[in-house]
Design a protein around this ligand. Structure first.
Ligand code: NI
Length: 388
């Protein structure tokens, strides 16, 4: 099945938008130029309503169909922010901002949703309303949550939401998704351990914080292997281990551990917090030391609802020859999860071919994927709200 012809015609224009965005990456909520670019394009297309400033720098665009007999509204979402990475692609349209790069392809997502917006504004061949959602701060800033917290879903009466992400390793021209958990939750912890520092030659006068923290690291690794159902997916990683000792002959007084817990089963998020606290505090106590645990809840599990995943797959099959409707879930996390907590919907991966993985300084978004992504967004709107 082909992509929509209009997107083959529009491809060079959409690619030019993408390269412009790529040259000017912006981090987190600082997507001022990008948001202005998006709003300007939406105005050019004749979008019925353009609202900036949702979720700080997010932009919402509304396109009304030829008719609206049932009050149907679907939301299509793209992310706009870049990463604090120094680009090493050597592309002629590489980042002009040192230390910032569109290394996750959000420039491609934004350009594709704009392309779909242009087509849908031209054709309006649907019965209802399309809400285009452009969010900032996907990379750790919870911009999607900020837009939800601003009342976006209620204000525009959004009934379903859909989003996509390019995926290196999947051939260009293919899609992949699954019903249920697609991406993991991501919570972080910091453990501050305090013992009694001293001279390396007199350990009996100290409580060796390095030893205590080491025991905590080892014991934390019993959580996944001994507390979690072996058929469930949870990963716990201690990423940093530092102490205040500055010399080989000094026993540390304090130590700090930082780590993350990711899971595809939401029930384990709260349990994991309790387990980490118990292990850290009681292990420290066993040695006469103290451990203080700071828990930082991050993105929820990205859960595709069953019916909407079927719609997303149907739309993908209309534009691509190969669609994997049962792809294995992955353990990175995604801010779109907050929107899926508020409304039924689905997230889908769009093949980016044999490139470096996202977040790599030599990652390159494949422009050949653009007509597929645009067509998928447009197909969804037209299939979920068929013209009468
Ligand atoms: Ni991303």
């Amino acid at each position: 099945m082909p992509v929509k012809n209009r997107f083959a015609e529009l491809q060079s224009e959409i690619v030019a938008w993408r390269h412009d965005l790529h040259k000017h990456p912006e981090l987190m909520y600082e997507t001022h130029r990008t948001s202005a670019f998006v709003a300007e394009k939406l105005a050019e297309f004749g979008c019925d309503e353009i609202t900036p400033g949702i979720g700080r720098t997010g932009v919402v665009g509304v396109i009304k169909g030829k008719t609206d007999t049932k009050g149907r509204v679907i939301g299509l979402r793209a992310d706009m922010d870049a990463l604090p990475i120094h680009e090493a692609t050597g592309l002629d349209y590489a980042s002009t901002v040192p230390g910032a790069m569109h290394a996750c392809g959000h420039d491609g997502h934004t350009a594709m949703l704009l392309g779909a917006g242009k087509y849908l504004s031209e054709t309006r061949n649907f019965d209802g309303t399309v809400v285009l959602i452009f969010q900032p701060a996907e990379e750790g800033g919870a911009g999607g949550k900020a837009m939800c917290d601003d009342g976006m879903m209620e204000r525009w009466n959004i009934q379903e939401v859909y989003g996509l992400h390019n995926m290196p390793g999947i051939p260009v021209g293919e899609f992949a998704t699954r019903p249920g958990a697609l991406m993991a939750s991501s919570d972080e912890f910091v453990i501050d351990v305090t013992g009694v520092g001293g001279h390396a030659a007199t350990p009996h006068d100290t409580i060796d914080t390095t030893l205590v923290a080491s025991q905590i690291v080892v014991s934390l690794h019993s959580i996944v292997s001994r507390n979690v159902d072996p058929l469930k997916r949870v990963v716990l990683t201690v990423g940093t281990f530092s102490t205040d000792s500055t010399a080989s002959n000094v026993i540390a007084h304090t130590a700090k551990l930082e780590g993350t817990v990711r899971t595809l089963d939401s029930e384990y998020r709260t349990e994991a917090e309790g387990w980490v606290r118990r292990v850290a505090q009681n292990t420290a106590a066993a040695f006469g030391a103290k451990a203080e645990v700071i828990w930082r809840s991050g993105y929820p599990v990205t859960v595709n609802t069953e019916q909407e995943t079927a719609y997303a797959v149907e739309a993908a099959r209309a534009v691509a020859a190969t669609v994997d409707a049962e792809t294995p879930p992955i353990m990175p996390s995604e801010d779109f999860s907050y929107m899926l907590e508020e409304r039924p919907g689905a997230y889908i991966f769009l093949g980016n071919g044999d490139t470096e993985m996202c977040h790599h300084p030599a990652y390159v978004f494949d422009d050949d994927a653009i007509p597929l992504g645009c067509s998928w967004f447009a197909e969804l709107a037209e299939r979920r709200m068929p013209a009468v």
